[in-house]
Design a protein around this ligand. Structure first.
Ligand SMILES: Cc1cc2nc3c(=O)[nH]c(=O)nc-3n(C[C@H](O)[C@H](O)[C@H](O)COP(=O)(O)OP(=O)(O)OC[C@H]3O[C@@H](n4cnc5c(N)ncnc54)[C@H](O)[C@@H]3O)c2cc1C
Length: 300
């Protein structure tokens, strides 16, 4: 619809959203599927903080700002010349990662079935940046979109050698080779945040996907939530609250597990001795143990 939601109000009978252009929409339920910086979540939490009732109590952790731990340059090359990049031969996905020595970066490559490479370079911030540190955040957010600033990060990382070992015949390949083989429209810079919100609904409003979880579960959320909404007996506040409660019961434990796994995996790339020790152990694990670990993670 091309509308930017700026606020909403709700009572026992309905919810009304207001858009930047002044348009208003009225309905029974508002689903905030508006991503990690969700305007619906911010408005909903503000309403809860002004409401003295018990159901509106917001946990302290939900009042805290999002914090940002790293920024990331991602891209996908065009199909590559396999004589220069033998790594991409075959339909299986091969993965290689490097943890920077004496520099706060990690970078990874993934071969794709169309003989292209998806690549990612992560720059780790020394200190967490909070979203109330607006000046720095604005600079970083603008750099996500500004081609000049993105070029700056490309320049900073272009000499990084890409993981080679037995997978490459040319160990001299660098990130710059991948940047050169990637169309500018297929490179993005994003800031990565870490947070699992506990409060997912209030009144007739509910959050899904990154708006509530901060994890990668948007599609599963949508399936569970739409099923519960489809089976609503009526559109009373009571029936809606019951469905939203059920939605959280089903999805929260899975979201928590997913968040924790993702947190642990991302911190494995750190330069601390403990991360380095765990990586050494992991690199030497026999395959059958790996399969067992992966089976357990997937089963959860
Ligand atoms: C670099 C990177 C790599 C990733 N890789 C993977 C991966 O390999 N696998 C995976 O599963 N996930 C991955 N993810 C995560 C995945 O992209 C998100 O979890 C997913 O997109 C969340 O979907 P969503 O619908 O909740 O939010 P979003 O995709 O963020 O969509 C939110 C939508 O709401 C709109 N919106 C925002 N504010 C407003 C407003 N005020 N009014 C109206 N509309 C608004 C936005 O324009 C947007 O269209 C990755 C993310 C990043 C940054």
């Amino acid at each position: 619809m091309g509308k930017n939601i700026v606020s909403f109000s709700q009572d026992n009978d309905a919810v009304v959203v207001t858009c930047e252009d002044g348009a208003e929409f009225r309905g029974n339920i508002l689903v905030g599927a508006d991503g990690v910086y969700s305007s619906v979540r911010r408005n909903m939490y503000a309403q809860m903080m002004q409401n003295p009732s018990k159901e509106a109590q917001l946990p302290e952790s939900d009042k805290e700002q999002l914090s940002f731990t790293s920024t990331c340059l991602v891209g996908q090359t065009a199909p590559l010349d396999t004589s220069k990049f033998p790594f991409v031969k075959g339909t299986d996905c091969k993965v290689g990662s490097v943890v920077g020595d004496n520099r706060p970066y990690t970078w990874s490559v993934f071969s794709m079935p169309d003989e292209s490479i998806c690549w990612m370079v992560t720059q780790h911030f020394n200190d967490e940046i909070n979203s109330d540190n607006s000046q720095l955040l604005t600079t970083l957010t603008q750099s996500e979109w500004g081609p000049d600033k993105m070029n700056t990060m490309c320049d900073q990382v272009k000499t990084f050698p890409i993981p080679c070992g037995a997978l490459y015949t040319r160990p001299s390949l660098v990130v710059g080779d991948l940047i050169e083989a990637t169309h500018k429209d297929k490179i993005s810079r994003v800031i990565l945040e870490e947070k699992l919100f506990k409060t997912w609904s209030f009144g007739r409003t509910v959050l899904m996907g990154d708006a509530g979880l901060g994890a990668v579960a948007a599609i599963q959320d949508a399936a569970v939530l739409s099923d519960l909404i489809f089976h609503l007996e009526d559109t009373s506040q009571q029936a809606i609250s019951h469905a939203f409660q059920r939605y959280r019961e089903v999805r929260y434990p899975i979201a928590k597990q997913s968040y924790e796994t993702s947190y642990q995996m991302s911190h494995l790339n750190e330069q601390s001795w403990i991360s380095s020790f765990i990586r050494k152990v992991m690199n030497n694990l026999p395959k059958w143990i790996w399969y067992r670990v992966l089976d357990t993670i997937l089963a959860k």
